[in-house]
Design a protein around this ligand. Structure first.
Ligand SMILES: Nc1nc2c(ncn2[C@@H]2O[C@H](COP(=O)(O)OP(=O)(O)OP(=O)(O)O)[C@@H](O)[C@H]2O)c(=O)[nH]1
Length: 420
């Protein structure tokens, strides 16, 4: 069996051009800091290199061989650039950039060698040029998009195919007497060495799309200012937690937290400073929660925490911990207040707990916690109130439906006086 190299050559060229066109259209996937565009330029360089190499019968050999191989070396460099950008690594090391002119010099020096020797040397050179990209992906594969595995695997196979081509051209030079010579070894290694990078390009496109859709999902479900879950994710998680509680018979709790007198912060320090306080509070709250707890910003200065498998006692302990975390934040330490004397904000919290095996609508459950929050505000702020009786669904006046479970320092002592 032999493989017809000119046919392979034309098929590969067409595939590379089509793929380059596809990448050019996908160029507005703005997730990899221009990575996809660089890969697209690399694909066009490879196509140009192919055209020059295939025109060796019409062009002077120096132009076709040196120009074609230089463009292919450039395309591999651009691939490396694209990967570095996508994986947020420092740029390609200078020695890898220097390989491109080095290859041109090497080609000038070996132009008179038999084609088999040139093929072996060039294939080895390309393998060495690609190997750092494979190593780069291997170092990032655990943290990166799943499709990067395909990129790493196909580039690894390309290196392997190039090494096999080096070995084959060395051991069987007669198969490489002519560039277009029909032979199994020449045809197979040629096909593999240029087809696998196309697979890598496809994987890279998928990895970019994967990152893009992950970012869109993050934007759709998280609050941009604090990074907390937004209302959409909160609603879904609260529903899922209540369903699980009913099925498994485990209790579930909900905390609603509202910063006290937050309007004062904005009025005295400006909206940007208010934003910085919101971010700092969100960070402090996150630091006190388990990975399985969901912290959401429901809007303005109101946050909520969904606590799966948590009893009333758990909810009160966590709520008190969160209250203390906010009150303990030294806002003077936040950059925007660097020159201010120490001062603090406080938070009021309402809590509700659903005993396991009971059904309640999410809105009703939220309403219970919210009524408890209202009570905490009414009773002087900077405290936790648990809506115990309301869970049973009895219609009771707000004050008797709630139970004051924890009280922080007085509203005036912390929330108001420290504002400079
Ligand atoms: N900086 C900033 N302020 C916000 C944001 N969202 C809402 N606010 C402000 O939060 C303040 C909320 O004020 P109020 O609802 O009166 O509540 P409060 O002053 O905290 O008083 P109490 O809740 O009764 O203790 C308003 O001044 C809003 O402008 C935001 O994203 N950033």
């Amino acid at each position: 069996m032999t493989l017809h190299v000119p046919t392979i050559f034309i098929a590969l060229l067409m595939a590379i051009v089509l793929f380059g066109a596809a990448l050019a259209h996908a160029g507005d996937v703005r997730t990899g800091h221009g990575a996809l565009q660089r890969w697209a330029w690399g694909t066009w360089c490879a196509a140009g290199g192919f055209v020059l190499l295939g025109s060796r019968l019409m062009l002077p050999e120096t132009l076709s061989v040196i120009g074609g191989n230089t463009l292919i070396a450039l395309s591999l460099l651009l691939t490396g650039h694209a990967l570095h950008r996508f994986l947020r690594e420092a740029d390609v090391p200078r020695w890898q950039v220097a390989l491109v002119p080095l290859q041109t010099v090497m080609l000038l020096a070996i132009l008179d060698l038999p084609l088999a020797r040139r093929t072996a040397l060039l294939s080895l050179f390309y393998a060495l040029q690609l190997a750092p990209s494979v190593w780069l992906i291997a170092r990032h594969v655990a943290r990166s998009e799943r499709s990067m595995r395909m990129v790493g695997a196909t580039l690894g196979l390309t290196v392997l195919a190039l090494l096999l081509r080096t070995a084959h051209a060395t051991l069987d030079p007669s198969a490489y007497a002519d560039f277009f010579q029909a032979s199994l070894g020449n045809g197979l290694t040629y096909l593999a060495a240029f087809l696998f990078p196309l697979g890598a390009g496809f994987g890279f496109l998928l990895a970019n799309l994967e990152r893009s859709s992950r970012r869109l999902e993050q934007l759709a479900t998280h609050d941009a200012l604090t990074g907390c879950a937004n209302r959409t994710l909160f609603d879904a998680m609260l529903q899922a937690t209540l369903d699980q509680s009913r099925r498994d018979g485990t209790p579930a709790s909900l905390l609603v937290l509202d910063l006290d007198h937050f309007k004062d912060v904005n009025d005295r320090h400006g909206h940007l400073a208010g934003d910085a306080v919101l971010r700092a509070c969100a960070q402090a709250l996150k630091a006190r929660l388990r990975a399985s707890d969901l912290l959401a910003r429901l809007g303005g200065e109101e946050f909520a925490v969904v606590l799966a498998r948590s009893t009333r006692a758990d909810a009160l302990r966590v709520a008190e911990d969160l209250r203390a975390a906010v009150a303990g934040l030294d806002l003077a330490a936040i950059a925007a207040f660097a020159d201010a004397t120490p001062w603090h904000v406080t938070a009021s919290l309402g809590a509700a707990t659903l005993p396991g095996g009971t059904a309640v609508a999410p809105d009703e459950f939220y309403g219970q916690a919210d009524r408890a929050l209202y009570e905490a505000k009414r009773l002087g702020r900077n405290r936790v109130v648990h809506a115990t009786a309301a869970i049973l669904g009895r219609s009771m006046p707000a004050a008797s439906a709630t139970e004051i479970s924890s009280t922080g320092a007085s509203d005036r002592a912390i929330a108001r006086t420290p504002v400079p």
